[in-house]
Design a protein. Structure first.
Length: 231
């Protein structure tokens, strides 16, 4: 499933997507279940999508329509991740990711009165340097949040983990450059249906073992293995 505006086709609305927006994904999953009622559905999500899927699983409880799910490198506490992206080498990633977001936002001024919607002049888009600033200027107001902090607080998935009823595997790495180990939940913050696997190495959606000449990308194998154990 593509988030709004990420498939190569521009979203027609002034709004976009955000990491706590579960409505589109739930509609997509429900549609699949309706069209293929006898099929067992499994979901795999990465990064921001993984945070969104974990939130969806917690919100929907027994009604997720999924047999099982795997979430990889999920930024389960968004404010910590936004801070991490503004430090050290990660700032290069932030600059690169923000470039595309700012281009997409700029295009919306051609079709919408964005100044009245988010109180941001088009020429001021270029001054946005961090995710905190982007989410404060656009993501929060266009999606009904009072601020970036409000968006991060309400959309972070960690608070929903204890309510997950679907068998779920969370794969995470301690050396993820986009976040710190603080995003990881404690034992009493996850339900019995959630398995948390943390590796020392793996980066952000990396997870490579073996040698330089013979690397083994084990993430995909682990995903399939987990689903197979769920019948």
């Amino acid at each position: 499933m593509h988030y709004r505006g990420t498939s190569g086709k521009e979203n027609n609305l002034a709004r976009s997507y955000h990491s706590g927006d579960t409505a589109d994904a739930f509609s997509f999953i429900s549609s699949l279940k309706s069209r293929y009622p006898k099929a067992k559905l499994y979901a795999v999500a990465y990064s921001l999508g993984a945070n969104m899927l974990l939130k969806l699983l917690g919100e929907s409880g027994h009604n997720s329509n999924l047999e099982a799910a795997v979430c990889v490198s999920a930024p389960m506490q968004l404010d910590i991740c936004a801070d991490s992206m503004n430090r050290g080498f990660s700032r290069l990633y932030q600059t690169n990711l923000l470039k595309d977001l700012k281009i997409s936002l700029d295009k919306k001024y051609d079709r919408h009165d964005m100044k009245s919607l988010i109180n941001l002049k088009r020429e001021d888009i270029k001054n946005i340097k961090t995710f905190w600033e982007f989410d404060d200027a656009y993501t929060a107001p266009i999606h009904g949040f009072s601020s970036a902090k409000d968006y991060y607080t309400k959309s972070s998935s960690k608070q929903f983990l204890k309510d997950i009823k679907t068998p779920t595997l969370i794969i995470h790495s301690l050396d993820d450059p986009f976040m710190t180990p603080e995003v990881l939940p404690k034992e009493d913050e996850i339900s019995k249906n959630v398995t948390l696997e943390v590796s020392k190495k793996g980066g952000h959606v990396g997870f490579i073992s073996g040698s330089f000449l013979k690397p083994k990308y084990w993430l995909e194998d682990r995903v399939v293995e987990f689903f197979n154990t769920q019948g």
